[in-house]
Design a protein around this ligand. Structure first.
Ligand SMILES: Cc1cc2nc3c(=O)[nH]c(=O)nc-3n(C[C@H](O)[C@H](O)[C@H](O)COP(=O)(O)OP(=O)(O)OC[C@H]3O[C@@H](n4cnc5c(N)ncnc54)[C@H](O)[C@@H]3O)c2cc1C
Length: 395
């Protein structure tokens, strides 16, 4: 039976960062990592951006294996037994641990009716499948107008493909953009040759020879014939193992500020963890790179016995065509919104306020302002109307 002082389930950026967190406190304690993916940990964001724009695949690797870790790749952990401190994988191998980390990420939502050709884009294997499809195919459908859908549509269009985006909302990126900004983003995609089908619901995807047929409901039902389909229609925290192990789950595995569950030997971090955010004063689950890296580090250090806690304001970035945006803190269309543009709907800051206090910020085409946004969100005196000097600089 393989024994590891530290056992990590998951092969993503959180898992890699946890290894680094452990190693910063314990130079030689044995670490094992079980991942369903056949590849060792890599940076996920380039899959929908950089790798389509000339970035070499070699640059995505995290170098986890150089840190003295035993990688058990291509294996799914099926069961955690907290009493015996063991994990069983899909080949029947039983691993024992002293401290365990669940870094199992997300499970993508699936269409009610689909075929194996639909790519629920999350992994390097998905990237390779889509890339191979673009080498022969011309026309692609992207289902979903959120973060993944818009990034993939932008990359496919820039690769010279015909792209149609089908989404239920009126505007793209509706979770992060105000309705006015949404109009601008719809136009950005159209200006770049992308066809948009807002306000539609995809009912089925079927195979027809080498093609896929995408059928939509709505006022104008139609069936599109395409060479490939990517679906980015949301996701759920992958809490299967935690539930089976009797851990508390509430939209994520519930953990404290050091990512420890109710079991002092079991931790959860990254996309799958529901943690208490000190700066935002509520339970959060964050599905982004910065959090994967930072929470993995803290969880790893805590597993190695350090007294650490997490107080980071969450942030994430995205890039679509020539528009880059960053979101810091909590943003919710129901909050009060204050806009400050240097170039209207192109370069500027959108503040989100609750009870007069800045809780979140969206930075459009501004660089190096995340720190200022974090400071503002954490400052208890950041009430609106704040004086001009407290605003984030637009230069
Ligand atoms: C295409 C794409 C682009 C992105 N771009 C950005 C971006 O630009 N900016 C940004 O901030 N964020 C971005 N993100 C989000 C960011 O990548 C995620 O927040 C981050 O990857 C989460 O890391 P994680 O390790 O917690 O989970 P994941 O990366 O989902 O990793 C989970 C791992 O656990 C494994 N696993 C799950 N269950 C088991 C099991 N039972 N046994 C074994 N292994 C298991 C999975 O195979 C996977 O390896 C992007 C995500 C995707 C998919």
């Amino acid at each position: 039976m393989p024994h590891h002082k530290y056992l990590i389930i998951g092969g993503g950026m959180t898992a890699d960062s946890a290894v680094r967190g452990i190693r910063s406190k314990d130079a030689d304690g044995s670490i094992g990592l079980i991942s369903e993916e056949g590849d060792p940990p890599y940076d996920r964001p380039p899959l929908s951006k950089g790798l389509w724009n000339g970035m070499e695949e070699e640059r995505i690797w995290r170098g986890t294996s150089d840190l003295g870790v035993e990688l058990h790749l291509g294996r799914r952990a099926l069961r955690v037994d907290r009493d015996t401190h063991t994990v069983t994988d899909d080949r029947g191998v039983i691993y024992s641990y002293e401290k365990l980390l669940l870094a199992t990420g997300l499970l993508p939502n699936r269409l009610a009716s689909d075929v194996p050709g639909v790519i629920y884009f999350r992994t390097l294997a998905d990237f390779r499948r889509l890339k191979a499809a673009t080498e022969v195919g011309r026309r692609f459908a992207v289902i979903g107008g959120g973060f993944i859908g818009t990034e993939i549509a932008s990359s496919l269009a820039q690769a010279g493909k015909e792209v149609v985006v089908l989404f239920e909302e009126e505007h793209l990126c509706s979770a992060v953009a105000t309705p006015e900004m949404g109009v601008v983003l719809n136009q950005l995609f159209r200006d770049n040759g992308v066809e948009l089908r807002p306000g539609v619901k995809v009912t089925t995807v079927r195979k027809s020879g080498p093609k896929l047929l995408v059928s939509v409901a709505g006022d104008a039902p139609e069936t599109l014939r395409v060479d490939g389909v990517v679906a980015g229609i949301g996701s759920q925290p992958n809490t299967i193992l935690a539930e089976g192990a009797g851990l508390e789950v509430n939209d994520g595995v519930v953990v404290d500020a050091s990512f420890r569950t109710l079991d002092p030997d079991v931790f959860a971090a990254g996309d799958v963890a529901a943690f208490w955010s000190v700066p935002l004063g509520r339970t959060l689950r964050v599905e982004h790179e910065d959090h994967a890296n930072a929470s993995g580090q803290i969880a790893g250090q805590a597993m190695a016995g350090a007294d650490v806690s997490y107080d980071r304001v969450p942030t994430f970035y995205s890039k679509i065509f020539d528009v880059r945006y960053e979101v810091v803190g909590d943003i919710d269309p129901e909050m009060d919104i204050l806009e400050d543009w240097k170039e209207r709907h192109r370069k500027g800051v959108v503040y989100y306020l609750r009870s007069g206090r800045v809780r979140g910020v969206t930075l459009w085409n501004l660089t190096r302002k995340v720190k200022a946004a974090r400071t503002l969100i954490q400052d208890p005196s950041s009430f609106f109307p704040f004086d001009e000097s407290a605003k984030i600089s637009l230069d």
